[in-house]
Design a protein around this ligand. Structure first.
Ligand code: SAH
Ligand code: MG
Length: 213
């Protein structure tokens, strides 16, 4: 039964508390925002992946309160850049305050509005990125994947959160638009010839793919 939940907790508790990220989640709660920041182990994995891949330009889709933004920024060099896309101006303001408090304000740019539109703008500007974190509305995951591949430098890494949708992905009775989109996204991670993909089943699921080149 609760096997994966308790193994997640077991490993989480081995690590010293991360005061900065605890503060971010407290600020999210205090602001009445949804408490859906990326899981701590995946936050650490994002920092590690950004660092080991040598990425200097990262793009995040879905900022919420800045938890994953801080994790991404921690992996970037000082000269790096993080562009964060967020639908809601009030959430982006919380994220920006938290990212600034963590010392990453200078390398972070927020773009407010529907991410599909912001992604099209970035393509029009000729922007490219080395690292992507997809974590916004689930119905658009296949569209986000395609947009990220379009903006990717060769060898770029794409990570995406919540591929299990708290079990709904695995439940054949669930046929809503988010579930269908995430299933399609998950199949593409496994089968798209442009990608070298992996699926991690801890927490709520995380996909990681390397764009060929
Ligand atoms: N990545 C964050 C959590 C993101 S939660 C973290 O782990 O810290 C999902 C976020 O996506 C929410 O803040 C929500 O407002 C935003 N979002 C939802 N639909 C969106 C859209 N169409 N375009 C951009 N952002 C969107
Ligand atoms: Mg998420």
């Amino acid at each position: 039964m609760e096997q994966s939940r308790s193994s997640d907790a077991y490993f989480d508790e081995l690590f010293p508390p991360d005061a900065e990220l605890v503060r971010v989640n407290e600020a999210i709660k205090a602001a009445g925002m949804p408490e859906i920041s990326v899981a701590p182990g995946y936050g650490r994995l994002l920092t590690m992946l950004v660092k080991v891949s040598g990425a200097s330009k990262a793009l995040e889709i879905g900022a919420l309160g800045g938890y994953s933004g801080i994790c991404l920024a921690r992996g970037l060099p000082e000269s790096g850049k993080l562009v964060s896309l967020e639908l809601r101006a009030d959430y982006a303001a919380v994220a920006e305050a938290n990212v600034c408090a963590a010392g990453y304000g200078a390398l972070t740019e927020y773009r407010i509005g529907d991410a599909i539109r912001s992604l099209a703008d970035l393509a029009g500007e000729g922007a490219t990125f080395d690292f992507f974190f997809i974590d916004a509305d689930k119905e658009n995951y296949p569209n986000y994947l395609e947009a990220c591949i379009r903006l990717a430098n060769p060898g770029a890494i794409i990570a995406a959160d919540n591929t299990l949708l708290r079990g709904r992905t695995l439940d054949p009775a669930k046929q809503g638009p988010s579930v269908l989109a995430v299933r399609e996204f998950n199949r593409r991670i496994a089968n798209d010839p442009r990608l070298l993909g992996v699926h991690l089943p801890s927490y709520d699921g995380l996909a990681i793919a390397r764009v060929s080149g």
